[in-house]
Design a protein around this ligand. Structure first.
Ligand code: FES
Ligand SMILES: [Fe+2]
Length: 323
């Protein structure tokens, strides 16, 4: 007799957060002296820009009585002051001042996350063991280059785990069923020698607007999609994500196109991509994360994705060693 597995619970099967670079905002949204709160990796964080212009992301809860530094906290020079009793923490997280006490306890410190600003976004490196970056952010020469437009931005909250959203890149079949393409575009997935960077090439010459699509996936939730419609008609969509918790992800997209096709493609294409997301939305909002999917023989690119994605998580052995 074939045993049929019980259905997964919607809430208890999602994995941890994959290591990698994520965004927590756009540079222009955070002015000098501004403090804001961010929820990422199922944690509360405080994000601020110091007087000298440095971006700082720190754990939000003050070690004193637990006030949220990102809500009503105040930038003072190169530090942040807690709104509750005025303790002041430097950009390295160490308490520099308690206004009513000369002795600062040794443990008066908060965690500072590794951040960088690039391509108009504020990036944070995430690793479950709090290590420094294992790889650099990529250079994307088309950003700011002559011949390309300034970026258009969009962002959305998606009720799904970051890995399940990223899996779309290796799922050519869903283009036919979810995105109503006439057929499944011939697609090839390859992985660079370093094992990390994944490429998807899709030949959409049968699409209503024929194109060649090339996606470079640097890590789950961090990808560059290049679509080529012919000479001078190119478009780049740069995707970055902010995992909010295990069931919710904020997606940030920056779109640039060749100036030759800006009038034709700029706003319409962005709108088209946003509309495309509403195709995926009901699937994402109602699916479970399948820890062990049942694949058929033709699901080769999905199988490849699941093997590839493992490198971004700690293994069971890693976890035992930490414990
Ligand atoms: S809770 Fe932050 S100073 Fe008291
Ligand atoms: Fe999709």
């Amino acid at each position: 007799m074939t045993i049929v597995e019980a259905c997964e619970s919607r809430t208890n099967t999602t994995p941890d957060f994959p290591m990698g670079w994520y965004t927590v905002g756009r540079s222009h949204e955070l002015q000098i002296g501004e403090v804001t709160n961010v929820t990422a990796f199922d944690r509360e964080l405080a994000l601020y820009r110091t007087r000298s212009g440095a971006v700082v992301l720190q754990d939000a809860f003050c070690p004193h009585l637990g006030a949220h530094l990102g809500v009503e906290g105040r930038v003072v020079g190169e530090s942040i002051r807690c709104p509750f009793h005025g303790w002041r923490f430097g950009t390295d997280g160490v308490c520099e001042e308690i206004p009513y006490c000369e002795d600062i306890p040794e443990r008066a410190r908060i965690r500072t996350w590794h951040t960088e600003e690039k391509h108009g976004q504020i990036w944070v490196w995430f690793h479950p063991e709090n290590t420094g970056p294992h790889w650099e952010l990529p250079d994307i020469p088309q950003f700011g280059a002559e011949g390309w437009t300034l970026p258009r931005f969009a962002e959305f909250d998606v009720p799904a785990h970051i890995q399940d959203i990223a899996e779309n890149a290796c799922d050519p079949v869903h283009f036919q069923y979810v995105h109503k393409q006439p057929d499944v575009p011939p697609s090839e997935v390859t992985i660079e020698d370093n094992g990390r960077i994944l490429h998807l090439n899709s030949d959409a010459s049968n699409a209503p607007i024929p194109n060649q699509l090339h996606a470079t996936v640097y890590s789950p939730g961090h990808a560059l999609v290049h679509t080529d419609y012919g000479p001078g008609a190119e478009m780049l969509v740069y995707n970055s994500a902010q995992p909010i918790d295990r069931h919710n992800t904020k997606m940030r997209w920056s779109l640039i196109v060749r100036k030759e096709i800006e009038d034709l493609a700029g706003d319409d294409v962005m709108q088209g991509i946003i509309d495309g997301l509403s195709d995926d939305y009901p699937i994402w909002a109602n699916k479970v994360h399948k820890h062990k999917p049942l694949f058929c023989k033709a699901d080769k690119t999905l199988v490849l994705f699941r093997k590839w994605v493992r490198q971004f998580y700690l293994t069971e052995k890693d976890k035992r060693e930490i414990a």
